[in-house]
Ligand binder design. Structure first.
Ligand code: ADP
Length: 782
């Protein structure tokens, strides 16, 4: 195959196509060969039509041919065929091929049959023997053209979703274009349909009957109606029907009209209504003010929240200029300026003025609104007053926290600064008091010593209350022996009672368990304070401490403590105030020493552990302070002493001690105190950590007393250096000496590798014990 253009297949198709364009294909269903030949001859003769005729001799063969070829433009149908006779023949054909263009051929005697055939849907009828060539060709040609026009109309209707129809109420006949049937979900039928039974309940007939009733009531009226159709398959369609009443040729009332499928539009409309309802709901229920105003700010529309926000009722609100209700004026102008220049503002912070004159903090989001018939803005205003207030509260709280923290830091550093010289004062007093003194000198020194001790107590209390008020206290939960704690309390208090010749009674309830779990030191502190106040404010009589079991279940005990005295009492109007900081009840006759901090510390300690503290008192007769606290039930603890006490006799103090301390007075106090205790002790002093480290490179010591806060190299750094960079002596005992009262709590000294600490001002005995303990331990280890 060398030439691709000359295949025989292609050529045939092209010829066919040109045939198709030139010839009208006509099916002739006719059993009489003479009649058939005549038709062919006549058609060949006429110039009106150029056609190709195919002859079939029975209805069955004709149907078969139509089945096989759908390109016939007209059918000439003889109504008298061997397999079908009369009108039925047409019905059968139209039923199967309703689209086809049928011209009926009848005999002269059957003229009325032809008329009926046309009524039933045939295009025309021809009487055999009564037509000539042109008559036949004309009829065919017209019918073909008409059919084409009809087809185009049907097509147009199909595209537009419009059908046209007619209903003759007198004959109960209905005719409709295909699209009418399509709209109703039915199979199209040509010709007039009779009787309601042809249709389902949703049929056009039914609906047209309704329309008919209305037309009868007012025949002049053009009926326009939206109808809802439920197709037999259940789907819902919407249609628009418009019709008028006319008189038919037979003078019958005929309704003619159109029907249009408007389902899509209707659904869109419904959707729009729904969404409009939704928006309306949002608009009316919104908590934010939503409004529309014109370019000047005059309100056109607004929701209920707008009236709520501004405090005007809807009537007052209407026509108000919303921009004038915004303040401060500078912000208002900025907002308007932005709207005018940019057409939008977002989350713009502003205040609004209410009817009452009150102001609210708000944010506005507004946008240009450009419509054909309206120009303005729409906007949303949100009330953020509460949020703003909350933010301010948070700011205030943060500020308060910050200042509390600063206060705490201030107090901590002040107390450190005070304790350092206090160490010197107390230490010196301790040293002087042991020298040879006359009575007068002894009294002076004793006063200095006592006053220093009181001052130290005050410093400690102030530091403690500041920590407590910041709520930063960690409480301990350890088993302890309550009986032992009370016995110690009696011991410690004893001398105060002896001085005043008073009695201290302790009464422990039968059910009070011996071992409990909780913060032993804090309990001791509170009891010490209450009992101490008891003796302080009583001159004759007793102080009685009662412990009672209030409640007990599932491993928990609630204990009640009462400290009753027979002292001066507290005036009723001062009872509430005694727990406040720095509150002291004035007494004209006598001055009692104190700061007014003890009870407030106690109250804080009790309450922060979930307890309650209170007081009853009768002026001149005595007071009873009481509190209750919840403990876990404890398990037995062995009576270990607080300090592992070292017998002084056993420890000779023949040691080399390195004292690292920058404060000259404190160097002296420590040195003298130690030399008094152990005459054989050799003390070397380093002014700071750096000097100490240098010294340690040259020689050995048995123990280091290390101050923490020092210039050049502080105690932590020095210890860290010794522990990590001086392997030969890295295990030597190091005792921290510090005026930082916090140290016992944060245990930082352990972190830096110190063995233990002594708080300045130091208790000489405690210092001796610790030195002895660590030197001996180190000797054993070596
Ligand atoms: P301080 O005892 O250091 O003044 P407190 O906080 O312990 O501080 O007590 C505050 C005040 O409450 C005391 O100054 C005193 O006026 C009064 N007060 C406390 N305990 C008693 C008591 N047992 N009898 C009479 N007054 C008391």
């Amino acid at each position: 195959m060398t030439d691709g253009h000359s295949t025989s297949g292609n050529t045939t198709v092209l010829n066919d196509m040109s045939n198709y364009e030139t010839y009208n294909k006509i099916l002739l269903i006719e059993d009489n060969p003479g009649d058939a030949r005549l038709v062919e001859l006549l058609l060949g003769e006429s110039d009106l039509l150029n056609c190709q005729v195919v002859n079939k001799t029975t209805l069955a063969l004709g149907l078969e041919e139509l089945e096989a070829n759908d390109d016939y433009e007209a059918i000439l149908l003889d109504l008298t065929l061997p397999d079908s006779r009369g009108f039925e023949t047409l019905e059968i054909l139209l039923d199967k091929f309703p689209e086809n263009n049928v011209i009926v051929l009848t005999g002269l005697s059957d003229k009325s049959l032809g008329v009926n055939a046309v009524k039933a849907g045939a295009q025309d009828f021809l009487i055999k023997g009564a037509f000539d060539a042109d008559g036949l060709a004309k009829s065919l040609r017209y019918s073909i053209e008409r059919n084409n026009v009809l087809k185009r109309l049907e097509e147009t209707q199909r595209i537009a979703g419009i059908g046209n129809w007619e209903f003759n109420s007198d004959t109960d006949e209905y005719k409709g274009s295909d699209e009418v049937f399509v709209i109703f979900g039915l199979k199209p039928k040509k010709g007039a349909l009779k009787g309601k039974e042809t249709f389902a309940a949703n049929s056009p007939l039914d609906i047209f009957n309704q329309i008919h009733q209305e037309t009868i009531a007012d025949p002049q009226k053009t009926i326009k109606k939206d109808i809802k159709i439920q197709r037999t398959d259940g789907t819902i369609r919407y249609a628009f029907v418009q019709c008028t009443a006319n008189k038919s040729a037979e003078n019958n009332l005929v309704l003619s009209g159109i029907i249009q499928d408007i389902t899509e539009r209707k659904l869109t409309e419904q959707e729009m209504v729904k969404s409009q309802e939704r928006y309306q709901e949002i608009f009316s229920k919104s908590n934010d003010a939503i409004y529309i105003c014109d370019k000047k700010g005059v309100l056109v529309d607004f929701n209920e929240a707008t009236t709520r926000l501004f405090g005007f009722n809807a009537f007052e609100m209407k026509g108000k200029n919303i921009h004038n209700l915004l303040s401060p004026v500078a912000s208002r102008f900025e907002l308007i300026e932005r709207l005018e220049s940019k057409g939008t503002v977002k989350d713009f912070e502003i205040e609004i003025e209410q009817k009452s004159g009150d102001r609210k903090y708000c944010i506005i989001t507004a946008n240009n609104l450009e419509k054909e018939d309206f120009q303005g803005y729409n906007g949303i205003i949100r009330d953020i007053t509460e949020r703003k207030q909350a933010e301010e509260l948070i700011k205030a709280r943060d500020l308060a926290r910050q200042s509390a923290k600063m206060k705490e830091q201030f107090i901590a550093s002040i107390s450190h600064e005070m304790r350092t010289p206090m160490n010197a004062v107390l230490g010196m007093s301790n040293l002087v008091i042991k020298t040879k003194l006359d009575d007068e000198q002894f009294n002076y020194i004793s006063s200095i010593k006592q006053s220093s001790e009181i001052l130290l107590g005050i410093i400690n209390d102030i530091l403690e209350i500041s920590t407590l008020q910041n709520g930063k206290v960690d409480f301990e939960y350890k088993d302890f022996d309550l009986h032992e704690l009370l016995a110690n309390l009696i011991n410690v208090m004893q001398y105060k009672f002896k001085e005043k010749d008073m009695v201290f009674e302790v009464e422990i309830g039968e059910k009070v368990g011996r071992y409990i779990k909780g913060d032993k030191l804090r309990l001791n502190q509170v009891l010490y304070n209450l009992v101490g106040n008891g003796v302080k404010f009583t001159d004759t009589g007793h102080v009685k401490l009662k412990v009672q079991n209030l409640n007990e279940n599932e491993g928990i005990v609630q204990l009640n403590f009462e400290v009753e005295d027979t002292g001066i009492g507290i005036p009723a109007d001062k009872l509430g105030a005694v727990f406040e900081t720095f509150t002291r009840v004035r007494n004209k006759n006598r001055i009692y020493e104190g700061t007014g901090l003890g009870l407030s510390i106690s109250k804080n300690l009790i309450e922060q552990q979930g307890g309650k503290i209170g007081v009853r008192s009768v002026l001149g007769e005595g007071s009873t302070f009481f509190f209750d606290l919840v403990f876990e039930k404890g398990s037995e603890v062995l009576g270990i002493r607080e300090e592992d006490s070292i017998d002084d006799v056993e420890f000779e103090g023949d040691i080399d001690l390195l004292l690292v301390e920058d404060h000259k007075m404190n160097q002296l106090v420590a040195r003298k105190t130690l030399e008094k205790q152990w005459p054989d002790i050799r003390i070397t002093i380093a002014d700071n950590g750096q000097i100490a480290v240098n010294l340690l490179k040259e020689r050995k010591f048995d123990i280091i007393l290390m101050d923490i806060q020092m210039p050049i190299m502080d105690g932590y750094e020095a210890t860290d250096y010794i522990r990590n960079h001086m392997p030969a002596i890295c295990n030597m005992p190091i005792l921290a000496m510090t005026a930082h009262a916090h140290i016992s709590k944060d245990e930082k000294f352990k972190e830096y590798g110190m063995d233990d600490f002594v708080l300045k001002p130091f208790e000489p005995k405690q210092l001796f014990n610790k030195i002895a303990k660590y030197v001996q331990r180190n000797n054993i280890n070596e």
